[in-house]
Design a binder for this molecule. Sequence first.
Ligand code: NAP
Length: 247
Amino acid sequence: MPLLPDLTGRIALVTGASRGIGAAIALTLAEAGADVAVNYRQSSAEADSVAAAVAAIGRRAITIAADVSDSTAVAAMVRDVTARLGPPDVLINNAGIALIRGIDDLTEADFDQTIAVNLKSVFLCTQAVLPHMRTQGWGRIVNISSGAARGAGGVGLHYNASKAGVEGLTRGYAARLVKQGITVNAVAPSLIETDMVMKGALASAAARIPLGRFGTSEEVAQVVLMLIGNAYITGQTVALSGGMAFN
Ligand code: NAP
C-alpha cells in the first residue's frame, strides 16, 4: 500500500484556500494528483496565485469566490466546480475566522458570524457535496478544527464553541457515512504561522509553545493528506500543537 494517496483524477474543493492553511492544502492535494477548486471570500489575487501554483504542478485549478456561510453561494459554488472540473470527491472545510474577543466585549453579531462562517459552512458544504460521494461510494471530507475545540484557546469562547461544533459534525457525519465509503475527519492545529495568527494578538504567542515555534501550514496539510489516504480512520480529530496540548 502506498504511504501517500494517489489522487490522480480526483477533484478537491478547498474552502478558504487563498491564503494560509487552505493554500498549503490546495498545493499538497495537487502534488498528490488532484485537480483543485480554490474557494475564497475576497482575496482574488491571492486565490489566482494559488491556482497558478496548482497549474504549475500540472493539475487543473479554478478559483471560486463564495461566502461559505451563505447557502445560496455554497450551492452555486458546488454547481460551478461540478461544471468546470467535475463533482468534488474530496472536500476540505478550512475557511474560518478568528475574531479575538473577551467575555465582556463579545457581541451577538460576533457570535452569530463566527458560528455561521466556522460551523454552519461545514454543514452547508458537506450537504452540497454528499450526493455525488454517496453515488460513487467514495469520498473524503476533512474539517479544520482547532485546539480551541478542547482547550482554552486565545480567540474567545465563540471560537471555542464553533470549533467544538465542527468536531461534533465530524463525528455525526462519520458515523452515518462510513458504510458508503466516505470518511469524515478533523485536524486540530494550534498556532500555525498564518495571517490569522501573525496579524493579530496571538503573534507573540510562540513562547508558550513547548516546541518553541509556530507550526507551518505545510505541517497541517501533511496531516490532511494522511487522513485522505487512510480508509480506516473516520470520525477522528488529529491534533498538532507543538506539545501544547494532548488529547
Ligand atoms: P487565514 O490565513 O486568515 O485564512 C482564512 C481563509 O479563509 C482565507 O482564504 C479567507 O478568504 C477564507 N475565508 C474566511 N471567511 C470566509 C468565508 N466566509 N467564505 C469563504 N472563505 C472565507 O486563516 P488560517 O490560519 O489559514 O486558518 C484556516 C483554518 O484553520 C480556519 O478554519 C482556522 O480557524 C483554522 N485554524 C487556524 C489556526 C492557526 O493557528 N492559524 C489554528 C487552529 C485552527 P479571503 O482570503 O478571501 O479572506
